[in-house]
Design a protein around this ligand. Sequence first.
Ligand SMILES: [Zn+2]
Ligand SMILES: [Zn+2]
Length: 344
Amino acid sequence: MLAYTYVEPGRFALLDKPVPALKDPGDALVRVTLSSICTSDLHIKHGSVPRAVPGVTVGHEMVGVVEQVGSAVTAVRPGDRVAVNVETFCGHCFFCEHGWVNNCTDPDGGWALGCRIDGGQAEYVRVPHADQGLTPIPAGVTDRQALFVGDILATGFWAAKLADPGPEDTVLILGGGPTGLCTLSCVLLRGPRRVILCEADPLRRRFVRAHYPQVLVTAPEEAEAFVLAHTPHGGADRVIEAAGGAGSFTLAWRCARPNGVVTVAALYDEDQTLPLPRMYGKNLTFQTGGVDGCDCGEILSLIAEGKLDTTFLITHTFPLARAEEAYALFERRDDGVMKVALVP
Ligand SMILES: [Zn+2]
Ligand SMILES: [Zn+2]
């Protein structure tokens, strides 16, 4: 089968590999029907994910059909259409029992698919802990609607849940890329008074204005003044930092009002500074982390009910055989690309 593979730092290639076999009773084999390219794949390509293993098939955002299940799998059956979770987790360790599945202590726990074990930019993928990692897609929900459920939508849903804005709150979201917009969609479901989105790229700002007319849009250089002008108490009640760029962490806490909450969902390439003397007296609360992706059933229900739809983020679709071209476009951000879907 075709499998897009991390060969060595700086190089991915489309290789011919055998269809994976089940290894453990909790495994399932999924025939991938649609996958996508994520910024994290580029981090692997550039060698900034030390845990990524050369030779691994990349891809951790996908949907498909269950082909085969191990003897211990009870939640899905062959023939089921499923969303695959980016995180594999055992479901019964201390962290899983608290819903903190990102820190599952199982050897395959956390982000393993498409990083430490073969992922889904391929025709088939073996999913360990399938009872936890696969969620049946409701009838009426398309592959394109379900594509982001296991990764960027899970992240947006988690960040919105963590920030937990109330009806009187103004929420500032930093970052208008795919994860920022999934976060925006999930924040809007919570009905805050006002949402402001800050994005550096003018093309992306235009994209946000076109798809979210109810949201105020600003740019990093004007964000502080803009937020002050649109909030009654000297800043946003909740700030969700989903940009992860140079200066975006500083902007996040500077735009928060005193006693506000700053939720950091971004993944940085470099260390960030928490200048406590400069923020003394502002009495901020910081929340940080990586997604606990265990709400996929709820996210799929919201999609099935028509409350959540992120299909417009798929701006480009390529056959898997043209993965190299698709990556080049995604990496250069050509042609207004937001997300690229790959069809095996
Ligand atoms: Zn990802
Ligand atoms: Zn666990």
